[in-house]
Design a protein around this ligand. Sequence first.
Ligand code: SAM
Ligand code: SF4
Length: 328
Amino acid sequence: MIDSHRREINYLRVSITDRCNLRCEYCMPKEGVSVLGHEDILRYEEILRVVKASMKIGIVKVRVTGGEPLIRRGVVEFIRELCSLGLKDAGLTTNGILLEDFAGPLFNAGLRRINISLDSLDPEKYGKITRGGDISRVIRGIRTAHDAGFFPIKINFVVLKGFNEDEILPFVRLTLDKPFQVRFIELMPVGRNARLNEARYLSNDSVMDTISREYTMHPLDARGAADGPAYLFKIDGAAGEIGFIHSGSGHICERCNRLRLTADGHLRACLLREGETDIKSALRAGCSDAELEKMIRTAIDRKPAGRPCIEKKPSIKKCGKEMSAIGG
Ligand code: SAM
Ligand code: SF4
């Protein structure tokens, strides 16, 4: 499926819950968000129906996210069904808090690709940014996932000025002897924390400068078609890779290959644009497969060329939905 700006759309991110067991400062307000009721959340069978319809029009990659996906009951069985659909790539993004218990069952359910969010290696700093998270659980989760055979294991590191810039090199070093892909993600001004996030924004150009002063990075040009907006590099002799996602500085839109399904059953063509297509109501009103496919095509056609919220700063407040509700 090629959108109206000639991008191939082959990646669907699915948020299966807006709830979370952490409260990361840049993602959620301290008091949390008002969570959706049981009936407002898409049922697993409804999500699978949307995935199947999306596959018919070219989606080959699906990533399950949230909120925190591992807190939704039945997630392992859902992943098993998702993995049996014949996607080229099925993955999950988690904060890793529950991963020690879930890694084995998820691997047995057929999942191989996992992204784990970790913004500090320092227990105190981790506790601060997540408002109470216990890093030892995440570290055990990563180890268990590695031992279970997950590959690739990607570690998402959101760069925050004045908070974790000093950990850029320690995170790069994680790739030297382990086959992890550490991804440096630029902070985005989303939700109620938009203004605060603007103040903490640090560009990936500056991250790359920091790394280049210490290491030689080689670009990896053998990119998979569904690799999306990450720019990948490797340090000489390293087992793993480093990736840069220029989500805050606007270089990703021309490579954007994704569509999002929110936990409340809306298709969202752009993370930073409010327009959504209400798939849940259509599903519950008994729409046919052909109608469903048409709605997905229309949502893809609505993808904007660029970033409406970041380019026009005064409209930043319009990016009102929280990241935890959209799924990252
Ligand atoms: N709870 C899971 C987790 O943290 O991995 C999955 C959902 S979380 C919304 C998905 C990703 O979005 C995480 O890697 C998180 O760090 C990232 N994220 C959240 N808010 C962000 C923001 N304002 N800018 C950039 N990335 C953000
Ligand atoms: Fe929860 Fe993930 Fe948002 Fe942190 S980034 S509050 S773990 S949804």
